[in-house]
Design a protein around this ligand. Structure first.
Ligand SMILES: NC(=O)c1ccc[n+]([C@@H]2O[C@H](COP(=O)([O-])OP(=O)(O)OC[C@H]3O[C@@H](n4cnc5c(N)ncnc54)[C@H](OP(=O)(O)O)[C@@H]3O)[C@@H](O)[C@H]2O)c1
Length: 253
């Protein structure tokens, strides 16, 4: 699956799924722009890509801030000259539910990063993607399809459900211009998402998450990356508006 001469933006590229995916795109010959807030982690991912003989473009940005997010597409296009693929992977989770008084705060925080920033980036990217007949891959979750088993994460699921409808709406709007938009929906992944989002005190997440899957083991970051690369590639040229679940059978249980 060659991405030679392709320019790919991966948001949330400083860790987990985004870091693994950016490296995989670079291995396939892409010029990659890495977006996240944490400079040190971005530098570590950039170093791994440089070891492949490629030169990534790093943009430190807090995508929950409109002014920061607004810089990502113009800077990337100025640097690499075009845009072929936008991977909207950056995402966060915070706790809040109806009875704990944190519902609106949790909703606002997650909608800003998980949905609003995706809409902003996709909107700014669309004119360039039309030029290259490129595509967008949004990273959602199985909780788009079935609400989280953890009540305090209900607004995480709400944000991913909104992202799902955005994927389908964007796919419909951009199809006549030759631009595809799809979504990858992981179940629990073996990475630092729980730690990074300080969800370690959520009892349901501390047991064996693997036990909630039919296969009895969790997906890894590069396993999600393989599906992202497939959807971004020409092999998926007939796929748009689709929701690709990769959950080790989590939704079966
Ligand atoms: N891990 C799972 O079990 C799982 C399951 C289903 C779906 N997902 C989804 O997969 C995506 C990637 O998460 P992950 O599992 O790889 O966890 P992760 O390691 O915590 O990655 C999240 C990434 O998003 C970035 N990010 C968060 N807020 C940001 C902001 N305001 N501005 C810019 N970047 C921001 C983080 O970088 P900085 O902190 O450096 O900004 C980090 O690079 C997310 O959308 C998540 O919802 C994860």
């Amino acid at each position: 699956m060659s991405f030679a001469n392709k320019v790919v933006i991966v948001t949330g590229a400083s860790s987990g799924i985004g870091a693994a995916t950016a490296l995989m795109f670079a291995k396939e010959g892409a010029d990659v722009a890495l977006i996240a807030r944490t400079q040190a982690k971005l530098a570590a991912v950039a170093k791994n890509i440089e070891a492949l003989g490629r030169k990534p473009f790093v943009i430190q940005a807090d995508l929950s801030k409109e002014a920061d997010a607004a810089t990502v597409i113009p800077k990337t296009v100025k640097h690499f000259g075009k845009l072929d693929v936008l991977v909207n992977n950056a995402g966060m989770a915070s706790e809040g539910c109806l009875l704990d008084g944190k519902a609106l705060q949790a909703y606002d925080d997650m909608m800003k990063t998980n949905v609003r920033a995706v809409i902003q980036l996709t909107s700014l990217a669309a004119p360039y993607l039309i030029q290259t007949k490129g595509n967008v891959v949004n990273i959602s979750s199985v909780v788009e399809i079935r609400p989280s088993m953890v009540p305090t994460l209900m607004f995480y699921a709400v944000s991913k459900a909104a992202l799902g409808h955005f994927t389908r709406g964007a796919a419909l709007e951009l199809a006549p211009s030759g631009v595809r938009v799809n979504s990858v929906n992981p179940g629990p992944v073996e990475n630092e998402f729980i730690t990074n989002n300080k969800l370690g005190n959520v009892d349901e997440l501390n047991g064996s998450l693997a036990g909630f899957t039919a296969l009895g083991y969790l997906a890894k970051d590069d396993g999600i990356g393989h599906v992202i690369l497939f959807l971004a590639s020409n092999k998926a040229r007939s796929i748009t508006g689709s929701t690709y679940v990769i959950d080790n059978g989590y939704l079966l249980k």
